[in-house]
Structure formats: C-alpha cells, structure tokens
Design a protein around this ligand. Structure first.
Ligand SMILES: Cc1cc2nc3c(=O)[nH]c(=O)nc-3n(C[C@H](O)[C@H](O)[C@H](O)COP(=O)(O)O)c2cc1C
Length: 195
C-alpha cells in the first residue's frame, strides 16, 4: 500500500476542550491503518494572529509569524488533512478559520476529511461551512466523515461507545488514502491549473 502523509489538525484551542480526545482516538486509528505517516498539529500550540499581512497568501510573498511555521510546514508536507472540529454557534471555531486563512497553496489539490463533534448535530454545521471554505482554496473535501453527536453522553475513557465508529473510521481513512495517493500523483504529473 502507498504511504501518504496525513496531517491531523486539532481545531479548538479553549481551556478544557474536548478536541484532543477526539484527535488522539482518530490518530491511533490512522497509525494502525497502515496507509499513512501521521502528524498531529494542535492549533493551541500555533501562533495564529487574527491580523493578516497586507499581502494575500495568493500573492506569493506572505510573511508568517515564526510561531506558525510548524503548522505551515506540516500543511506543506501533507498529502491529506483530517480536521478535528467542534461546532461553535453552528459553525467552526475562529482558530480554524485563522489557520485556513493564513495559508493558500498548502491546501491546493489535497483531500480533507473531518471528525466533528458537538451537541445533537454532531458538528455537521461546522463541517458544511468548512467544506464550503476549503473548496475556495482548491482543497478536496471528501464525502465520508466522522461525526460525534452529544459526545458528552457517548464517549468514555477516550473512546466513543458506538462500535460502528471503528468501521466508520476505517472507511474515512480508506477514502482519504485513496484520494491522497491519487492527488499526489496528479500534482506530480502536472501543475494544478486553478487560480
Ligand atoms: C462558543 C460556543 C458555541 C457553541 N455552539 C454550539 C452549537 O452551535 N452547536 C453545538 O452542537 N454545540 C455548540 N457548542 C458546544 C460545543 O460543541 C462543545 O462545548 C464542545 O465541547 C466544544 O468543543 P471543544 O471542547 O473542543 O472546545 C458551543 C460551544 C461553545 C464554546
């Protein structure tokens, strides 16, 4: 099996957050999958100023703070990204929006999957918004994802109590591995034509 670089992003940064629990469970499945070299970046460890530079990341020269380099390098190296996101006010956290907006080419022609969580909707509103935003950056949001509704009732000891979650995680990782290999080949074969 081809091995692709998978970056898992922990999207929430508040004190007492649940995000790292979901990320750790997903990262364990990704490492066991066999199709990935797995890296995890926690946005709580990244300097993510709200004030962007005067030049857009589309313009090329786009200075970033030194404290963002770990994220930029990891996005650059990734063949696929899996974003772990909660739902805040029917969308995703501002930390994730900042992480996305500070970058551009790093997302181009790369598949992105989601592991979302929250109340009854399981973070689906957040994922719908992320899909919309990432398409603008020429990323490829994949259909299959992980969604954990009312996680506070259904997770115990760092894992979801629904056995179907294991099967769904395997499916999401299989789909992501397929897209990661296909798009890595496509990026190597010809420059991506989108602007
Ligand atoms: C500002 C804020 C807004 C929220 N809005 C929603 C919401 O619209 N839908 C939802 O399902 N959960 C909502 N929640 C609950 C979060 O999904 C839940 O607190 C979750 O643990 C947040 O992720 P985190 O712990 O990683 O920060 C909200 C939480 C916060 C802090």
């Amino acid at each position: 099996m081809t091995t692709s670089s998978l970056l898992i992003v922990v999207g929430s940064v508040r004190n007492g957050r649940f995000g790292p629990v979901v990320a750790s469970w997903v990262a364990d499945r990704a490492r066991a999958h066999g199709g990935f070299d797995v890296d995890v970046v926690d946005l709580a460890d990244v300097d993510l100023p709200l004030a962007l530079p005067d030049l857009s990341p589309k313009a090329g020269a786009h200075p970033r703070p030194p404290g963002m380099a770990r994220l930029t390098d990891a996005l650059e190296a990734a063949d696929a990204v899996l974003i772990v996101t909660p739902e805040y006010n029917h969308s995703y956290p501002a930390s994730l929006k900042a992480a996305i907006d500070w970058h551009f080419t790093q997302w181009t022609a790369k598949p992105v999957a989601f592991a979302s969580y929250g109340g009854p909707s399981g973070g689906r509103h957040a994922v719908l918004h992320l899909e919309n935003v990432l398409a603008e950056l020429h990323a490829v949001p994949v259909r299959d994802g992980l969604s954990f509704g009312e996680y506070y009732l259904h997770w115990d000891d760092g894992r979801p109590d629904d056995p179907a979650a294991e099967t769904q995680a395997k499916l999401v990782l299989d789909v992501l591995a397929w897209w990661a290999a296909a798009l890595a080949q496509a990026r190597a074969a010809a420059p991506y034509p989108g602007a």
